[in-house]
Design a protein around this ligand. Structure first.
Ligand SMILES: [Fe+2]
Length: 279
C-alpha cells in the first residue's frame, strides 16, 4: 500500500487547491489514503502531487480510484501509442479559455488528471477557478434566480473559434456526444452537497429560460465573474508534477505563453449527468 504515515495536505489558496505530500502514487492506494485524497478533491476542487514518476498504467490505476476511466478519449491533443502522452504545443490555443472539460456531453467527464512529462522553464502554467467560490460570491437574489435555470452546452462555439481544426473536432464531437445538451446552471455536488456555478465560456451557449438578449448578458456577466483572482489559483509545472481535478466544481485555463513542446500524460474518467437543485 502507498503509505504507512499520515498524508499531509497544504491549501494553495483559501478557496481552491491542495498540495498533498507524503505519498508515492506508483503504489496502490490504501482505503484511508483514497478517502483522504477524494475528500480533498471534492472539497478543494484540484489536488497536486509532486515528484510522481508514473508510467501510463500507474497513472490510470491511481485515477481509477475515483471513477471509471473514459474508454474513448476525446481531446484535441495528439497522443502517442500509449494513448497517454500528448504534446499540447500544437493545440495550446484550444485550451486557452475558461472551461470545465466535456460539458457539451450529456454526461460530462468527472475528473481530469495531468502529469507533466516535459514542460517549459517559463510559461505553460495552468489556472483553475473554484465554482463553489464563484457561486457563493454572487448576491442572494442572483443565486436564487440561477438556482432554477438550465443552460445549453454545445461544441459549436469551439468549432467557430478554431476554424479549420475546429471542423474536424466538431464533427467527431457531434457524432460521439450529440449536438447539444442541457445542464443545470447551478450544480449540486453529490459528495459535498455544495452548489457550484456550472456555465463556462467554452461550451455554454445560452440559458434556456431567459430571452436571447438576457441570456447573452447574463452569460457575459458570469463568464467575467468566474475570472476573479479571489476564486483562482495558478500552477507553474515542473516535470513529474501530477494533478487531478473535479470538473463539477472547478474550471481551468491553460496559459499558451510558451514556445515548443509541452508534454503531458493525461487521463480522463467517465462522466455523470450533473445534478441540479431539484434532482
Ligand atoms: Fe480542459
Amino acid at each position: 500500500m502507498a503509505t504507512m504515515t499520515e498524508l499531509h495536505s497544504r491549501p494553495i489558496t483559501t478557496n481552491i487547491g491542495s498540495v498533498i505530500e507524503g505519498i508515492d502514487l506508483s503504489e496502490p492506494l490504501c482505503p484511508r489514503d483514497r478517502d483522504f485524497i477524494g475528500s480533498e478533491l471534492y472539497n478543494r476542487g484540484v489536488v497536486f502531487f509532486r515528484g510522481q514518476d508514473l508510467n501510463g498504467e500507474q497513472m490510470k490505476a491511481f485515477v481509477s480510484n475515483f471513477a471509471k476511466l473514459q474508454a474513448a478519449k476525446f481531446t484535441g491533443a495528439a497522443k502517442d501509442d500509449t494513448g497517454l502522452v500528448a504534446d499540447f504545443g500544437a493545440t495550446k490555443q484550444f485550451t486557452a479559455i475558461w472551461h470545465a472539460d466535456g460539458t457539451f456531453a450529456e454526461e460530462p467527464v468527472l475528473f481530469t488528471a495531468l502529469r507533466a512529462v516535459s514542460v517549459p522553464d517559463v510559461g505553460g502554467d495552468t489556472c483553475w477557478s473554484s465554482m463553489y467560490a464563484a457561486y457563493e460570491a454572487l448576491s442572494e437574489p442572483m443565486r436564487a434566480m440561477l438556482d432554477g435555470l438550465t443552460a445549453i452546452h454545445s461544441v459549436e462555439p469551439v468549432v467557430r473559434r478554431l476554424g479549420a481544426m475546429g471542423q474536424a473536432y466538431g464533427e467527431r464531437a457531434r457524432e460521439m456526444f450529440g449536438a447539444e445538451h442541457a445542464h443545470p446552471a447551478v450544480l449540486v455536488h453529490p459528495d459535498t452537497g455544495r452548489k457550484a456555478l456550472y456555465v463556462n465560456s467554452s461550451w455554454t451557449t445560452r440559458i434556456v429560460e431567459l430571452t436571447a438578449a438576457e441570456s447573452a448578458k447574463m452569460l457575459d456577466l458570469l463568464f467575467e465573474h468566474i475570472k476573479q483572482p479571489d476564486f483562482c489559483m495558478r500552477w507553474h509545472w515542473s516535470a513529474n508534477d501530477m494533478v487531478i481535478w473535479d470538473n463539477r466544481c472547478v474550471q481551468h485555463y491553460a496559459v499558451p505563453d510558451y514556445a515548443g513542446q509541452r508534454m503531458m500524460q493525461r487521463v480522463d474518467t467517465e462522466g455523470q449527468k450533473p445534478c441540479g437543485i431539484d434532482d
